[in-house]
Ligand binder design. Structure first.
Ligand code: GDP
Length: 411
């Protein structure tokens, strides 16, 4: 409900486009209500990661796709398996389902080898689906570049030679790429294939599956239904009426990624961190001895520089305040302002709860101020884009266990 009202507000104060998005969201909501039949427990599980009980809310452990579904992928059932690996464009490295990708990398490689030998196999294949593309500053990006970048990040995430049967850039909110994805999935699944949609919580899986179902429903006039898969895995749901009579689409519970900062934030704090509109850059020119805070969540120090200054662009939710200042004042910033002026966390008590404050160091060199030299991504939050001509030593502080990923720059 909060998202819907958020979208409606945007629609009211902004453009026609905003209105269209709000209308699409309202329509999606109505569509969901009218078509999707699913038990309350499954719904709770998938959307909130826990089951609501009258006495208490029970937190369930993370869904173990590898253990629960892995054996079914490998079994020579005669039916082709296809795994849709979902990753959020605004938090690619944090949301990418690495463990599942690693599993599929091994089999997809064998599959690839079989195909090269001219012996088609039933080993599972993988398709990368980058969701929420509308959150990226799309006018300044080339789809080919994003495509190549996403593929490279997926390979890095899988830590193995992941052979992808396809890469799709989509926005369920805008309807971008949904039909192409559906057509490709149908083609790859064939008449009797099994398709598994996998992704971290909040990656946009439900929204996408609903958009796909709408897209296919428009053609077939069929009603979408969902059914828990009996006798198997808790929370795996079969979505009927999308792929045809015999092929099957399975929706799996959202994965809980402990390395995503969002996983340790309260719902109220998450609202501040989640990106809902096209991301806008906030750029600073900074010198050695200066730091940039993103709320009370992370801090980047320029420890050493061979040139006068560097450009640092912050890509994160506009609801999270930034602060630039001298590194020597950083400790007192944390003590006096984290949880207060610098939110999230909301409240000073939460700072300790988020964990130990630790530093990672990066040595960076670049030869242009125009193009960003590299990104330092913070899982579940956003990234710093670094532009420099020369060499720099950077310190990145955040809570222990939150993934900090240096990567080639996206924007
Ligand atoms: P799930 O947990 O993976 O099923 O994710 P949801 O489908 O519930 O989506 C999580 C959040 O992302 C919700 O607030 C959605 O409205 C939002 N979302 C989903 N798809 C898109 C998209 O294409 N664009 C944008 N901007 N937001 C999206």
């Amino acid at each position: 409900a909060s998202l819907k009202s958020g979208l409606l507000q945007e629609g009211q104060e902004n453009s026609q486009e905003g209105k269209a998005v709000a209308a699409a969201a309202a329509e999606a909501e109505a569509e969901k209500k009218s078509k999707v039949v699913v038990c309350a427990r499954c719904h709770s599980l998938r959307h909130y990661g826990h089951v609501k009980r009258p006495d208490a809310e029970v937190l369930l452990p993370d869904f173990d796709f590898v253990a629960a579904v892995g054996p079914r992928l490998a079994s020579p059932s005669g039916a082709r398996s296809l795994v849709l690996l979902l990753a959020d464009a605004s938090d690619f490295d944090g949301s990418f389902p690495r463990a599942v990708a690693r599993l599929v990398a091994v089999t997809s490689e064998a599959h690839h080898a079989d195909w090269k030998r001219g012996a088609p196999s039933n080993l599972p294949r993988a398709v990368l689906v980058v969701t929420k593309l509308d959150l990226l500053p799309t006018p300044s990006l080339s789809p080919d570049d994003v495509h190549a970048w996403a593929q490279a990040r997926a390979r890095a995430g899988a830590g193995a030679d992941l052979q992808l049967a396809g890469v799709h850039l989509v926005s369920a909110a805008r309807g971008w790429g949904v039909r192409d994805l559906l057509n490709h999935v149908r083609e790859l699944a064939g008449a009797r294939g099994k398709v598994w949609a996998v992704g971290a919580r909040n990656v946009g899986k439900s929204t996408l599956l609903n958009a796909i179902a709408r897209c296919s429903g428009a053609e077939s006039g069929q009603t979408l239904t969902e059914a828990p898969v009996p006798g198997t895995t808790l929370g795996v749901i079969r979505v009927d009426g999308v792929l045809g009579a015999q092929a099957k689409l399975f929706d799996t519970p959202g994965l809980l990624h402990g390395h995503q900062l969002t996983s340790r934030l309260t719902p109220e704090e998450q609202k501040l961190v989640q990106v809902r509109k096209e991301m806008r850059p906030r750029t600073y020119r900074i010198k050695a001895g200066q730091s940039i805070h993103i709320g009370g969540l992370v801090r980047l120090d320029v420890e050493d520089l061979t040139v006068g200054s560097i450009y640092v662009t912050v890509w994160a939710s506009p609801l999270v305040p930034l602060h630039m200042g001298k590194t020597e004042n950083a400790d007192s910033m944390m003590k006096d302002h984290f949880g207060l002026q610098l939110q999230p966390p909301i409240g000073q008590k939460r700072v300790k709860e988020l964990g130990k404050w630790v530093r990672k160091q990066f040595k960076v060199s670049g030869n242009s101020w125009d193009a960003n030299t590299m990104d330092i991504a913070i899982s579940g939050l956003g990234w710093y884009g670094i532009g420099l001509k020369g060499e720099a030593v950077l310190g990145l502080w955040t809570y222990d266990g939150v993934d900090v990923v240096p990567r080639s720059s996206l924007v």
